[in-house]
Ligand binder design. Structure first.
Ligand code: UTP
Length: 333
């Protein structure tokens, strides 16, 4: 379903004050998400010159559909998609297509008909356009009127979690407990810290630790962007799922252009952290697919194809033969 962006009429809320390691509010669980998808996707050129990386297919669904499904299965049915120049086809994917539907219906192709219809029923999709890709923080700032004073989730448009290992529900529960910022991390090899935002962390109160079943909960004491190898405070890398209080918008307004001349979300979060907003993270123990670069995209495609009940057996067999150097040259029928 597609909708128009309503204007916000509520005042700013969010956390603030000092940051004790215990819940400061028992707020309502966030019900809206923002998917910033206006970036230039330079790491995937030339494929992404005319086709948004968010629409590249992983098996037979575009990446963005996995992300909208991830939100919907966490009971987030209101999604603001931040699009950019040349990327409006992303919106069409979530719209009805009556002509296509009637052709499939006439052919009696009910499975495909249902698959096509399902994309328009997953969530209420609203859109806005970031005129120029001036950074993730800048993209998120477009959501201010839409989220209307409430906490909200941010899902980056090129990565997603394994369907049977959900992360977002635990993040939403944790944010409702703390009222602050909730991040997610993966553990990475020490020699890769210079490619990620890295967190310094300490243990949390056991009452908060119990909130998550997606991974252990940590209290975040600092964030550093791409530290040199050997100088990182941990091996916990920030990944593309955030649950943020409404006060982030004020912090973004106060954020100066940082790395690459862009308004960075990390810098805005660092302002709130310094001012006492509680920041916690979940060290995700499930599987995350990163489709923003060709290698991660290929890994996601192969892994998910192998797991599919319909395609998996034949694809696995082909892969085994191929790796053994004996695959037939022809394609599948
Ligand atoms: P990335 O850092 O992956 O940037 O953005 P990118 O442009 O998509 O890709 P590369 O690095 O050039 O290959 C993370 C997320 O933030 C969005 C992107 O679309 C992506 O989902 N984004 C980034 C925006 O919406 N606007 C921006 O100005 C920057």
């Amino acid at each position: 379903m597609l909708g128009h962006t309503p204007s916000a009429d509520r005042t700013a809320g969010g956390a603030g004050g000092n940051a004790p390691d215990r819940p400061v509010t028992a707020a309502r669980r966030a019900t809206k998400a923002v998917i910033p998808a206006a970036g230039l996707a330079t790491r995937f050129l030339p494929a992404t010159k005319a086709v948004p990386k968010e629409l590249l297919p992983v098996v037979d669904r575009p990446v963005l559909q996995y992300i909208v499904e991830e939100a919907a299965s966490a009971s987030i049915n209101d999604i603001l998609l931040v699009t950019g120049r040349g990327k409006t086809s992303m919106v069409d994917h979530f719209d009805r297509n009556p002509y296509l539907e009637s052709r499939l219906e006439a052919k009696g192709d009910i499975a495909r008909l249902n698959a096509v219809r399902r994309t328009s029923e997953l969530a209420e999709i609203y859109t806005c356009r970031q005129g120029e890709p001036l950074g993730l923080g800048h993209a998120v700032s477009y959501a201010e009127s839409h989220v209307g004073g409430e906490p909200f989730a941010v899902l980056l448009a090129d990565e997603f979690c394994a369907e049977d290992e959900p992360l977002l529900p635990s993040m939403l529960d944790l944010q409702a407990q703390t009222g602050g910022i909730v991040l997610s991390f993966i553990e990475i090899p020490e020699d890769q810290v210079n490619r990620y935002g890295i967190a310094s962390v300490e243990e949390v109160d056991p009452s908060l630790a119990a909130v998550s079943d997606a991974g252990s909960v940590v209290k975040v004491t600092g964030l550093v962007e791409k530290p040199p190898v050997g100088e990182a405070p941990s091996n916990l890398a920030v990944v593309g799922r955030y649950v943020l209080p409404f006060s982030i918008f004020d912090a973004i307004r106060r954020t100066k252009p940082g790395s690459g001349g862009e308004i960075q979300l990390t810098d805005a979060m660092a302002i709130l952290l310094a001012e006492g907003t509680p920041v916690h993270g979940i060290v995700y123990r499930g599987h995350r697919y990163d489709t923003g670069i060709p290698l991660g995209y290929l890994q996601a495609t192969v892994q998910l194809a192998c797991e599919r009940e319909d395609l998996g057996p034949a694809f696995r067999q082909w892969l085994v033969d191929y790796l053994a150097g004996s695959s037939p040259a022809g394609g599948a029928s």
